[in-house]
Design a protein. Structure first.
Length: 443
């Protein structure tokens, strides 16, 4: 490790990958801040850069490696530390291939990294994410990801997560509530609960719906959103609770992955298209306004054209509000990587384009139907135009999860007292792709 005897002025954390990584990065930033380390937004103003990596699939690995190389090349005078899933899987190869990095930390090494940075950084010597009046971090948005579990026991044949994160484990309720309170102190008015499968969270007699109810007692909190619900664990009790809970968003993020029974069994998953359509129909009977998001894998080993056509038909019938697909990636250490025959890349790419066309068209038709309705939205950001001083806002409905779904643009007539995190009613006047356009219903 290179020798840097002089203390460094602040830390910038760059995050790759999923919302679970975002939650880990923010928790670490808060711990650094509590220890007197100034956390900054931009690498240029930092003395140290931390890259929190993803190692889930090939594209994510390549993106993480590119980010590491860019940090080392762009800021040769700064220390660069790398943490997360990619390090957990490929530490030896990374240490040999990128010697410029000052330290490597796997998914269980966060406390070691925090201790190192606390010793290395000059407290309070840069201006960044901390609010100088309160000493707290600023989220920069009215939502925060709240991790409630880690690891996975599901055994999906294509997934490397168990090999990276280990067995499924729940975070203790006291630590979850403590983290939730800290997020709300920093400005969060929506908490997005994340884990490999949030639906099965349970600690003793306390289940997921109990946790939701406890979180909802905080008057500052306006919305709670659940992400990563595996279909076999979406129960009638959970749907019924979602239907009657005033703060739980009527939003289902369910990664179905496929619709053909044989393909799903090779994936190590239960269910089929018919079962999934039944689940969605039940959810929509309980909550006619529920929004549904999903993800799919195309080109899984052995997938035939007939099986893919079954997925296409399912995607059209399911009428997802938001959905995406990706090509199967054979990951080291997974049983699916040994399955044959492999689907040729050109065939898989063609299937990806065809499926995405159906998913986009179906989602757009769902969004067009929202025209002339009044929806409650949460304000994310406000902007004042340079000329005329008119205020515009970007917001989200309960059916638009942050970062992954569309947004709602509020046009004209925005009162200056409106603030990020506020809930307002908006008359929807149009849709542009995945986004909605509206104006304040009271305007």
């Amino acid at each position: 490790m290179p020798n840097h005897p002089a203390p460094i002025p602040g830390v910038c954390v760059l995050t790759l990958g999923c919302p679970k990584n975002e939650a880990d990065s923010h928790t670490m930033a808060r711990q650094l801040s509590a220890a007197g380390v100034h956390v900054v937004e931009e690498p240029e103003t930092a003395g140290c850069i931390v890259v929190n990596t993803c190692g889930f699939i090939k594209d994510a690995k390549e993106e993480s490696i590119a980010a590491i190389l860019d940090a080392c090349a762009s800021y040769p005078d700064k220390e660069v530390f790398v943490m997360g899933c990619l390090v957990e899987r490929y530490r030896a190869e990374l240490e040999e291939g990128i010697p410029e990095v000052d330290g490597w930390f796997g998914v269980t090494d966060t406390e070691k990294l925090i201790a190192l940075l606390t010793c290395r950084v000059t407290p309070g010597s840069s201006i960044g994410r901390q609010d100088d009046a309160t000493g707290c971090l600023s989220l920069g948005s009215p939502y925060a990801y709240l991790k409630i579990s880690d690891g996975c026991d599901e055994g999906c044949t294509f997934c490397a997560i168990p090999g990276i994160k280990g067995a499924y484990c729940v975070l203790d309720p006291s630590s979850i509530l403590r983290e939730a309170g800290a997020c709300m102190n920093e400005g969060a008015r929506e908490l997005v609960l994340v884990g490999q499968d949030t639906a099965i969270w349970k600690n003793g007699a306390m289940g997921l719906t109990d946790l939701v109810d406890v979180l909802a007692q905080d008057e500052r909190l306006r919305w709670i959103r659940l992400m990563y619900l595996q279909p076999e664990h979406v129960t009638d009790a959970l749907l019924s609770h979602m239907a009657r809970s005033p703060k739980l968003c009527r939003y289902l993020d369910i990664p179905f992955q496929h619709a053909n029974r044989e393909v799903l069994r090779r994936m190590g998953r239960s269910g089929d298209g018919s079962t999934y359509l039944g689940l969605l129909a039940h959810a929509r009977r309980l909550m006619p306004d529920v929004s549904v998001r999903s993800t799919f894998i195309v080109g899984f080993p052995g997938e035939t054209e007939e099986q893919f056509e079954e997925l296409m038909e399912f995607a059209g019938e399911a009428a997802f509000d938001h959905a995406g697909a990706f090509i199967y990636s054979p990951e080291e250490g997974t049983s699916a990587s040994r399955l044959r025959p492999r689907v040729p890349r050109r065939v898989a790419l063609d299937r990806l384009n065809r499926l995405n066309a159906v998913l986009v068209a179906r989602a757009e038709s769902e969004h067009v139907r929202a025209a002339d309705s009044i929806l409650t939205v949460m304000v994310d950001t406000l902007e004042v135009e340079d000329y005329g001083g008119e205020v515009s806002a970007i917001a989200r409905t309960a059916g638009q999860a942050p970062d992954v779904d569309g947004v709602t643009y509020i046009e004209g007539g925005i009162p200056r007292g409106l603030a990020p995190g506020d809930l307002v009613d908006v008359l929807i006047v149009g849709a542009v792709g995945f986004d909605l356009v509206g104006r304040l219903a009271s305007a």
